[in-house]
Write a protein that binds this ligand. Structure first.
Ligand code: GLN
Length: 254
């Protein structure tokens, strides 16, 4: 009898605690659903310094830090998945990842498959050539072999402007740069910040002064998950007004 009373007493005491705990958790998570509850799964291609790259086994960089700051604001843990750049939109659109952050340029074509958040950075497509190259501006690229990273905007613009037969696609930006170093291509079209990193890491290369295309970077989110889109935009807005966004960017871009 004593045991039964003790059990009832315990149940009475514990039940409200459980009930209270779960409703609090639900409130903290709000109506935002993610692939794994409480986790923000980010898809990226970690060969795009300074936005994302490996430092030992860790993926670091501007996007990784912004995603971490956003996840913190959402009360979530951040999990980063590295994949081909080409697979990021598919991963987000098919519900395998919650968010794609990869120095990704906002384009109308991509908007057919995913939603973009507000833009958090800008990029420029630039041209890398050998220091002694006869290519002096974008206009000289006609008839030359151009290396690009597969499915990037650099790939899309060069294919449109100079013809597919003149464009060599590589799965990593670095592979395109290696092809330039070894003379397999005459130029590489890629985003300006990774371009600076590649030129610094390899002798005999330079970036042309003429900019090819200016772009906005934003994060990709599944079209159905408008709650996550709103929550991430809110977090990005706060990070911007707190000066945190600028702080992260200027840590990597001097
Ligand atoms: N900004 C380019 C694009 O969105 C390249 C991005 C990347 O290679 N990570 O296509």
């Amino acid at each position: 009898m004593k045991k039964t009373i003790a059990l009832i007493m315990t149940a009475l005491l514990v039940f409200p605690l459980i009930a209270c705990g779960s409703s609090k958790d639900a409130a903290a998570e709000g109506s935002v659903k993610t692939v794994t509850a409480g986790v923000l799964t980010m898809a990226t291609n970690a060969y795009f310094p300074p936005y994302e790259y490996y430092e030992g086994d860790d993926i670091v960089g501007i996007d990784a830090e912004i995603a971490k700051a956003v996840a913190d604001k959402l009360g979530m843990e951040l999990k980063i998945e590295d994949m081909e750049f080409d697979s990021i939109i598919t991963a987000v659109a098919s519900g395998k990842a919650d968010i794609g952050l990869a120095g990704m340029t906002v384009t109308e074509e991509r908007k057919k498959n995913i939603n973009f958040t507000d833009s958090y950075a800008t990029g420029v497509q630039v041209v890398i050539v050998k220091e002694d190259s006869d290519i002096k501006s974008v206009d000289d690229l006609g008839g030359k072999k151009i290396g690009v990273q597969l499915a990037t905007t650099g790939d899309i613009y060069c294919t449109d402007d100079f013809g597919q037969e003149n464009v060599e696609e590589y799965s990593k930006g670095n592979d395109a740069v290696m092809a330039l170093v070894s003379g397999k291509v005459d130029a590489v079209v890629i985003d300006n910040e990774p371009a600076k990193n590649y030129v610094a890491a390899n002798d005999g290369l330079k970036i042309l002064d003429t900019e090819y295309v200016k772009e906005d970077y934003a994060a990709a989110i599944n079209k159905e998950n408008t709650e996550l889109l709103d929550a991430v935009n809110k977090a990005l807005g706060e990070l911007k007004s707190e000066g945190k966004l600028d702080e992260i960017i200027s840590k990597y871009i001097k």
